[in-house]
Design a protein around this ligand. Structure first.
Ligand SMILES: Nc1ncnc2c1ncn2[C@@H]1O[C@H](COP(=O)(O)OP(=O)(O)OP(=O)(O)O)[C@@H](O)[C@H]1O
Ligand SMILES: [Mg+2]
Length: 261
């Protein structure tokens, strides 16, 4: 699966007395199979707008988005989204939440439960199949959301600040879990975060975006997630000198953007 965005712009028209917003200007981005692309940048720089374009929730004002050569014209099961807040269905238990996308696709119950069980196991939720989702901790609910996104076997997993609401320890565990799933399934990921450390640790490529107009200002290739998958401990990676110096470089770019405000 290759996703190709070329010269995509998004302008939201003037509304309620506010001027029009140039949320994205002439963005070029390619996501190759197995890429883990992370987007970072100040609030309002167009990260979610870019994700919504890829998801097909939003059409570009101009420019082009293609998946394996075919124009993206709307949402589809080949692109699953994990939101910042899990967006689970509170009246359903864990397994029915995880299997929900398959139900929408008309998959028979026995078969969708079988697939759901696989991802419930992969995300460490075995034993909680029949639990109502409101009885789970925030970290478990977020894992249910990730399991649900994976059951439809998407080519591309889109994650908009999926770990933002978690405490520090749960967040680090969830980062490692997502990297293991990424490696095991070979999926492509587009991941948004506000944490520079998380961005550097998770991605194979980092795009740093700038606001007004929203655009990709810098791109970095990253070695750290591969080092983790090769067996190096996460904390050792995050404390290493090359990680720390890149973290400071990226922070300086983001702070410079904020000072221009
Ligand atoms: N539906 C909309 N109508 C009008 N303006 C919008 C709409 N959605 C986003 N915008 C504007 O477009 C710009 C980019 O918004 P976007 O949500 O993509 O930013 P973001 O980088 O995801 O920010 P955050 O880090 O706060 O989530 C902002 O100025 C926002 O106010
Ligand atoms: Mg956003």
């Amino acid at each position: 699966m290759a996703l190709e965005i070329s010269q995509a712009s998004v302008e939201f028209p003037a509304a309620n007395g506010r001027p029009p917003v140039e949320a994205l200007r002439r963005v070029d981005l390619t996501i190759e199979p197995g890429d883990f692309t992370v987007a970072l940048g100040a609030s309002g720089c167009g990260k979610s707008t870019l994700l919504n374009l890829i998801a097909g929730f939003l059409a570009p004002s101009s420019g082009d988005i293609r998946l394996d050569g075919a124009a993206v014209e709307g949402p589809s099961a080949d692109r699953s989204v994990v939101f910042q807040k899990h967006a689970l269905l509170p009246w359903l238990n864990v397994i029915d939440n995880v299997a929900f996308g398959l139900k929408l696709q008309g998959t028979p119950k026995e078969q969708r439960y079988e697939v759901a069980e696989k991802f419930i196991g992969l995300l460490g939720l075995a034993g909680f199949e029949k639990s109502p989702v409101y009885s789970l901790s925030g970290g478990m609910q977020q894992r249910v959301g990730i399991a649900r996104a994976l059951t439809c076997d998407p080519k591309l997993l889109l994650m908009d600040e999926p770990l933002g609401a978690l405490d520090a320890l749960t967040r680090e565990r969830a980062q490692e879990l997502i990297l293991r799933i990424w490696k095991d399934t070979g999926k492509s990921v587009f991941f948004i975060t506000h944490s520079v450390e998380e961005a550097l640790f998770m991605g194979t490529r980092l795009i740093v975006m700038s606001p007004r107009p929203g655009r990709i200002a810098h791109t970095f290739d990253l070695p750290f997630s591969q080092r983790f998958c090769d067996g190096e401990p996460a904390r050792q990676i995050k404390a290493s000198s090359d990680f720390v110096s890149l973290r400071e470089e990226v922070l300086a770019i983001i702070f410079a953007d904020e000072e221009e405000e």
